[in-house]
Design a protein around this ligand. Structure first.
Ligand code: PLP
Length: 438
């Protein structure tokens, strides 16, 4: 038995004792919470296996430090990060502006209730109104909650403001709007919905990018069409111009609201501040989360004034929504995206990334890469076999990528990356893909 094994076993025994003694005042459970930088990977995996609810299929690695586009694991190994917390770390890891804002807010006031005014929340609402066509903001803590709020607001708007009984929410194949019950009902994918029925009623599912079906099916019963301008979890599918034009036509014809779910694609990622700007269509509601907080949990539902007027005190709320800590971090994050012109960087570097990927793909055996698609720094490489093995081979070589929809290697690097990181990532991807099916 090695010294490390002995440590793990010793700590494991303490955890078991802690578990047995739970409720008897022993709250330590043997966890090295004050020094997680020194906890071993084995220890973390063991604790998670025994005490964590097993909702994630995790790679066997734990990151303990991040800076810019790089992460370090428990063994000190360095990785270039092309997942960026699934689009959360848009500014890279531990951006100094966000860290500074969090530190100074934490020393003054961490939380107070929405029963009172909250300075950074009000300032963040004003900043979002300045940069988006939607002039009012509701804050929550995640993307799913932002979408729940959007669904509620759309329904309330028709009942209260328009005095019409229309509640139908139209969403599309391969969409992902979150895992809470309303957002899940808006997510017509078997792999997410299965075994959770009954789901809330009033959702209609149409084929993504089918303009004809959209025009036929959006009606005076439709309260809102909810769409991701670029589908993320669904495998990086870009809404076509024709499809978006049909959404605009349907809106004009029927009065249905348009909700853009920009939780993943918003705030600079696609090379425009908002992805809907690629289409010249005006949203009634926008939902944001992920990169909004620069790493802290925050979501926002933005709406046009008239639509927002449907909500009165008591209609909706969130205990943590818009709290001082998260809104201070988000203020710093959004200001940094604007000041450092990260949207422009995403456009330029995104173009470079796409061209380099096409270059390596041309050198691979025929049929390995089926399609490369994306905008800015939201890119998918659809391959002809299961992508999990590619993800782990990249990880072994120090590159973090993700696989979605079975065979789409998804790249969501921080918006701050430069050509050097792209070259490094593309070289590793090229090596791994050239090995073919694992
Ligand atoms: C487009 C989109 N909407 C909503 C969500 C749900 O966000 P959250 O996981 O923060 O609830 C996600 C998460 O991946 C997303 O990509």
């Amino acid at each position: 038995m090695t010294e490390d094994d002995r440590n793990v076993n010793e700590k494991g025994r303490k955890v078991e004792e802690g578990g047995r003694n739970a409720g008897q005042g022993n709250r330590n459970a043997g966890v090295d919470s004050q020094n997680s930088l020194e906890i071993s990977l084995e220890r973390i995996v063991d604790l998670d296996a025994r005490f964590g609810m097993q909702t994630y299929s995790r790679a066997r690695v734990a990151f303990v430090k991040g800076e810019g586009a790089y992460l370090w694991d428990t063994e000190g190994k360095k990785y270039v990060d092309f997942v960026a917390g699934l689009a959360v770390n848009g500014l890279g890891h531990c951006h100094p502006n966000v860290v500074k804002a969090i530190k100074s807010q934490a020393e003054r006031l961490l939380h107070c209730s929405n029963l009172y005014y909250i300075a950074p929340q009000a300032e963040l609402a004003a900043l979002l109104a300045e940069i988006s066509p939607c002039k009012r903001a509701f804050f929550c803590s995640s993307g799913a909650e932002a979408n729940e709020a959007a669904i509620k607001l759309a329904r309330k708007y028709f009942r209260k403001v328009m005095k019409q009984d229309r509640a139908e929410i139209v969403t599309f194949s391969k969409a992902f709007h979150g895992r809470t019950m309303g957002a899940l009902a808006a997510t017509p994918q078997k792999r997410f919905q299965e075994d959770f029925q009954p789901l809330p009623e009033g959702f209609k599912y149409l084929e993504f990018n089918d303009a004809e079906a959209l025009l036929e099916n959006v009606s005076e019963k439709t309260a809102a069409v909810m769409v991701e301008p670029i589908q993320g979890e669904g495998g990086i599918h870009i809404a076509s111009d024709e499809f978006m034009a049909a959404i605009e036509t349907a809106r004009r014809k029927t009065g249905a609201l348009v909700i853009f779910d920009e939780v993943q694609c918003g705030l600079g990622r696609t090379g425009k501040l908002f992805a809907f700007e690629h289409y010249g269509i005006r949203p009634d509601i926008i939902t944001l989360a992920k990169s909004l907080g620069g790493g802290v949990p925050i979501g926002a539902m933005l709406a046009q004034d008239e639509v927002a007027s449907a909500f009165a005190p008591g209609d909706h709320g969130s205990t943590f929504g818009g709290n001082p800590l998260c809104t201070s971090a988000a203020l710093a994050a959004v200001r940094t995206i604007l000041d450092e012109r990260l949207t422009e960087n995403a456009a330029t570097i995104g173009q470079y990334l796409l061209s380099r990927l096409h270059e390596i793909s041309a050198g691979l055996p025929a049929g390995v890469v089926r399609e490369i698609r994306g905008r800015g720094l939201m890119v998918g490489i659809e391959i002809s076999f299961e992508g999990k093995g590619v993800v782990s081979r990249c990880l072994e070589r120090g590159l973090i990528v993700n696989c979605t929809d079975g065979n789409v290697i998804r790249l969501l690097p921080p918006l701050i990356i430069g050509k050097e990181e792209v070259d490094q990532a593309v070289r590793i991807l090229g090596d791994v893909l050239s090995l073919g099916k694992p």
